[in-house]
Design a protein around this ligand. Structure first.
Ligand code: HT7
Ligand code: ZN
Length: 866
């Protein structure tokens, strides 16, 4: 496949006014008839060909132009392009194609998920259905007729409103749907199957009653209430916070088990991975409940940020994704806690996105080129993209930001636009020059922010010297300075905020000094509050200052951050000790900090749980110059155990205090209580003490909810009590074997067990009857978890983990290239490891590249990584 460049963008020569589709659904072969009304775009060359996209799997049956079969010399099919020549300014094109849903294992286009027809058209799936200008800047009004066997597929859904239906001979029936809003093909969807529905209504701010429907298999009907509740809250939030009202009379969500990502925002007919919509306290953890809420909200918010205003081309993906992630983050913060949410977001950004930005696939938020766009649904486009929008919010303040989004939606409603258009709306309402700010979209890499300070006691002046730089990334060695909002406060020696010093410093030059006058004594700076820019901060805090900030910082996020930095330092010292063959020893300072957190009754339990959680192995790996998976694992394991031992009575007291007989409730307080209880259990279980095994087993047995049951299972399964681990895993299996999503957790817990021999256990899991190698959720639970959440086993020096992953990639590439390419990520990070591992990992990448018929997806990632 060729490389596509942003600089080559050209507006389409033709627009499609209307698209009428007729699907005769049969599993082996489905006939698709498309009837397009087409006009040449204003100003386009009269000789311009019409370019339609069509995947090689689509059989072209016939092409008719204004009622006449198209002459052979008038069309040409080459690769994915079908070009039509010598066209009038306005015409009708009828195209008949044949496709094979049952053979579609890639899960792009029209496929079958456990007997349910579903589509996935973003980014370029529509071309697997019929020939069409499959690009987001071609929008049309879709009318879709579905014809299928009535008993097998009683429910027939597509975008918009149902306008007609009927029965046919031979037990077949049909339904016609019409979507009045012009849309690009990537937002097209259809679903056909035997589904049950959960219904409700939402009355919009202008008084329109919208029918809300969530469809799933009948057995899952009791797991839809939370998604429905989340949807209604999201609809209301978008009206209140962004002034956005829903624009159709019906909003549907369908849950399917086979899905490459989390969910899809098709106009009026969202299709969801069951993992992101089904929720029940017995089967779903609190974390998974929150994921359902945020994904439901995310897809709903796309109705404006993505559907009403869409992307001109796929380089602009962050226009809709970064903005929508920012919107869903703010929604979740409003529903729960701003600080907790921020800690969760930043943890993910700093471990996974920073690693991506430092790796071979690093790219700007608005990439310049790609081979396969599916490879660019990344943490950079989504999460860093959201940080960029957040920085605009910080720079403009909430009121101007809202004026900016109002202007953006009003100015571009019904259009396909660019990230420049988004920033322009912000510039226009604020009168600010945001041209430098746009470098956040065009330059890849994680900037370094170095801060140094000096205090002039005689003049009572305090100065902060800020210096920024950004490492080279594949697309550019030299970087220009970013426009960076750095939120700070100055604290006095009691930890109180020095009045007037909480502010947002705007760093625009490579180096800049900020002066604060009338500062009566040397202050302690709290820097980058709320993580106001996605950068790596370097300020020489002493351990004592970090301990002080972890108690007194006026910013909740920075209080957490100070404790984490202290733990990071200690862990880094332990890692070095392990590498030098020195015995581990525990430093008193962290025990004191952890002890005072454990005892502090002012700290909310959810925050306490976060504060007491050590930095993850993934974060420690990201921070390391050269990743030593064994040293990182052993150091963290030692520290957890040592903290458990040193504070044993406190952990047990707190576990007991957090234990409750009350029935499950999904409230904020109860979620916090369960989280802290599980954190305490995790520490206690590191002690290899039979009394705590009994405690974990009692928690497992008494739990009326998955959050407590799963945490107890994980603690026992990962412990050294092998017999108890096997017995509990077995009990859990027998309890939940008919719940596919719970079985994913069961698989994941085993695949992430750090004890030796994990690869052999993973091989057994792959043979287990509940494993299905065609289902992406199962692949992620076993292969993804082993390769990404079990570093000490995956990176074993015999290289077998690497060979295992390469085998799976080669197998999967023929079946589902998108999933194969995503699972490949751990091998692409070889540069961060020692020479021996580097060589082993590269050998596997080379082996993959030698495969003659590699997909564009895997080829792009593997070739950019070697
Ligand atoms: N906009 C959706 C993207 C998506 C997707 C992309 C590529 C392949 C499969 C996919 N499924 C969904 C999801 C979202 O961000 O809302
Ligand atoms: Zn999205």
């Amino acid at each position: 496949k060729p490389v596509i460049y942003l600089k080559d963008y050209q507006a389409p020569a033709y627009q499609i006014l209307t698209t009428d589709l007729r699907f005769e659904l049969n599993t082996e072969e489905t006939l698709v008839t498309s009837h397009l009304r087409i006009v040449r775009a204003e100003g386009a060359d009269t000789q311009a060909p019409l370019q339609l996209h069509g995947h090689e799997s689509v059989e072209l049956i016939s092409l008719t132009l204004d009622g006449q079969p198209l002459a052979a010399q008038q069309w040409q099919r080459e690769g994915e392009l079908l070009s039509l020549q010598a066209l009038p300014a306005e015409f009708e094109l009828i195209c008949v194609t044949r496709i094979h849903p049952a053979q579609n294992t890639a899960l792009e286009g029209l496929y079958l998920s456990d007997g349910i027809y579903a589509t996935q058209c973003e980014a370029e799936g529509f071309r697997r259905i019929t020939f069409f200008p499959d690009r987001p800047d071609v929008m049309s009004v879709f009318t879709t007729t579905l014809i299928a066997d009535q008993s097998q597929y009683p429910i027939l859904l597509s975008n918009g409103n149902p306008i007609a239906q009927g029965e046919l001979e031979g037990g077949r029936h049909w339904v016609t749907w019409q979507d009045p809003h012009p849309k690009p093909a990537y937002l097209f969807a259809l679903v056909a199957g035997n589904l049950s529905k959960f219904e409700d209504h939402f009355t919009t701010v202008s008084g329109r009653k919208v029918l809300l429907q969530i469809y799933a298999e009948a057995k899952d009907l009791d797991k839809l209430a939370y998604a429905m509740d989340s949807l209604k809250r999201a609809m209301q939030w978008d009206e209140e916070v962004y002034g956005r009202e829903y624009d159709l009379d019906i909003y549907m969500i369908v849950a399917v088990d086979f899905f490459n990502m989390g969910a899809m925002e098709n106009k009026g007919l969202n299709i969801f991975n069951t993992a992101c919509v089904l929720a029940h306290p017995r089967t779903t953890t609190d974390a998974a409940f929150q994921r359902v809420e945020s994904v439901v909200a995310h897809e709903y918010f796309h109705n404006w940020s993505g559907n009403r205003v869409t992307c001109r081309d796929w380089f602009q993906l962050s226009l809709k994704e970064g903005f929508t992630v920012f919107r869903d983050q703010c929604f979740s913060a409003d529903m729960h806690s701003e600080t907790l949410k921020r800690v969760e977001e930043v943890s993910m950004l700093r471990t996974a996105q920073f690693a991506e930005d430092a790796g071979p696939m690093a790219h700007p938020v608005r990439p310049e080129s790609f081979i396969e766009i599916s490879n660019f649904y990344t943490l950079t486009v989504y999460e860093k993209g959201a940080e960029v929008v957040r920085m605009l919010h910080t720079l403009l303040g909430p009121e101007l930001f809202r004026q900016g989004t109002d202007l953006y939606f009003a100015r571009h409603d019904g259009q396909a636009v660019t990230t420049d258009d988004f920033v322009q709306a912000m510039a226009d309402v604020s009168g600010r020059d945001l041209s430098q700010f746009k470098r956040w979209y065009s330059q890849a890499g994680t900037p370094r922010l170095q801060v140094r300070d000096e205090y002039d006691a005689a003049q009572q002046i305090y100065r902060l010297r800020l210096k920024q730089s950004c490492p080279a990334t594949p697309e550019a060695a030299e970087k220009l300075p970013f426009h960076m909002p750095v939120k700070i406060s100055l604290l006095d020696d009691e930890g109180a905020l020095i009045p007037g010093t909480q502010q947002v410093l705007e760093l625009t030059a490579a180096e800049q000094v900020f002066e604060f006058t009338q500062i009566q004594a040397q202050p302690l700076p709290s820097l980058l509050q709320g993580f106001s820019a996605p950068v790596k901060l370097d300020y020489p805090y002493t351990d004592a200052q970090l301990a002080f900030l972890s108690k007194h910082d006026n910013d909740g996020f920075n209080r957490w951050e100070a404790g984490q930095q202290l733990a990071v330092r200690l862990l880094q010292r332990l890692i070095a000790d392990y590498q030098a063959g020195k015995p581990f020893s525990l430093e008193a300072r962290l025990v004191e900090v952890w002890s005072s957190i454990l005892e502090d009754e002012q700290i909310d339990p959810a925050m306490k749980s976060l504060l007491l959680t050590l930095p993850s192995e993934a974060y420690l790996s990201e921070l390391a110059e050269v990743i030593d998976p064994d040293a990182i694992h052993q150091a963290r394991r030692f520290l957890r155990q040592a903290l458990a031992q040193a504070l044993e009575a406190q952990w047990l007291n707190l576990w007991t205090a957090m234990d409750s007989e009350a029935a499950y409730q999904p409230t904020r307080e109860e979620i916090a209580r369960r989280s802290l209880k599980n954190t305490c259990l995790g520490y206690l279980m590191t002690l290899d003490n039979a009394a705590y095994l009994a405690l974990a087993e009692s928690q497992f047995n008494a739990a009326d909810n998955m959050t407590e049951q799963q945490a107890a299972l994980m603690a026992v399964a990962h412990s050294n009590f092998s017999d108890s681990a096997a017995a509990l895993l077995d009990e859990f299996f027998h309890q939940w074997q008919h719940e596919s999503l719970v079985m994913n957790q069961w698989l994941g817990i085993q695949a992430s067990d750090p004890k030796p021999g994990a690869l052999a256990r993973v091989e057994l899991l792959r043979q287990h009857p509940i494993y299905d190698a065609r289902n992406p959720n199962k692949l992620r639970a076993v292969i993804g978890t082993f390769c990404q959440q079990n570093p000490v086993n995956f990176h074993a020096l015999d290289g077998q983990g690497y060979a295992f992953l390469a085998d799976r990639i080669l197998e999967l590439d023929r079946q589902n290239p998108q999933i194969a390419s995503r699972l490949l990520t751990p091998l692409t990070r070889w540069r961060k490891y020692d020479a021996q591992r580097q060589q082993l990992m590269q050998a596997q990448l080379q082996r993959i590249l030698q495969e003659p018929n590699l997909s564009g997806d895997v080829y792009e990632v593997a070739s950019k990584s070697v």
